[in-house]
Design a protein around this ligand. Sequence first.
Ligand SMILES: Cc1ncc(COP(=O)(O)O)c(C=O)c1O
Length: 409
Amino acid sequence: MKQKTKITRNKVMLEPADKLRLLPPYLFGAVDKLKREAFLRKQDVIDLCMGNPDIPTADHIIERLYDTIKHHPRTHRYPQAKGMPKFRQTVAGWYRKKTGVDLDPESEVLALIGSKEGIAHICMAYLNPGDVALTTNPCYPVHYNGIILAGGKPYNMPITEKNGYIPVLEDIPVSVAKKAKLMFLNYPNNPTTASLDDTGFFKEVIEFAKCYNIMVCHDYAYSEIVYDGYKPPSFMEVKGSKSVGMEFHSFSKTYNMCGWRVGYCVGGADFLAPLEKIKSYLDYGVFTAIQLSAIKAMTGSQKHVHDTVAEYRRRMIKLADGLRQAGWDVPLPKATMYLWARLPEGFRKMTSLDFAKLLIEKTGIAVAPGSGFGEYGEGYIRMAVVTHFKRFHDAILRVKKFLKEGPKG
Ligand SMILES: Cc1ncc(COP(=O)(O)O)c(C=O)c1O
């Protein structure tokens, strides 16, 4: 007999999964709201908040995309999820040239729909509910949120001015280290801009990882956004790295391709296989035409990369000089397109979020509050030099006036 169910509601109401509640507020969501309010007040917003490159992708990369889409309709089909062989071979070639490391394109390279996707999925591939994973604090948010979304428990390794923004491994309690399954690192670092002088720290990390059986995931997104001849070490160039983990890389910053969503992961085959497996159940990989464009990016002229870096440097020197003259000392980094600055004197009783709010309200300048990257980022703000050079003159004048008026305005 068919059972008759009495309908007691006219709308389905469900609570989303608990883990969504455990996520900290999304940093850029809060600042976006401030920006929208500023636009509504008809303020001329100078947006230094997100690391979203304003310089377009190089023409030869764009041309490769439309030529492929127009003339090679086979590329409109589902792509090879792990990346087409030519993509993986080109990545391996890039690593050989850059770091001297040999990678097997078949098992040690995996294409990603942007490195953020891979970082989130590596957590899902390895963490069971309650598993501990180590991440720096502050950090690029998905290094923390990826752990939460996988049901894991992040353990914060503070990185502060005092420790040179490098985690002190001895400070990690043995009981935590024994439980930890993976560790995220990122040099050159977002948001602090910290950079490693040599491979010494990575060597320590490899020993630590072997001692406690921890997989290391190094995020190398800013490897090419470097100044004055600085060469940031790759995790993969250190002996033993393949036996403890992997490195994530991105086309977003190097080639101004953040909207294209393409990146990759390289490392020990055993570590990459579960990531490939989970991805094969969830996505179909990177659009083939985009993979071909990424190959073009790696193999074509690198002039655009050098020009982009030179332009970021010009902007950050202009901004840092102007701020210094206004009484706010902001160090110039060796890498990344960010300035990481302690709140100016006179404003240090405020939180970084309140400072960012006041700054946009009074000047129209949007910056990222350090606390959005973790509580150890409190007291700092991050400025991304991703707007036209001409805008910095205006930005400096506005900040000068703002600093003069002080926190009470
Ligand atoms: C450290 C770091 N890793 C990864 C990413 C994301 O890169 P993708 O665009 O490849 O997902 C960013 C973006 O800002 C980043 O700062």
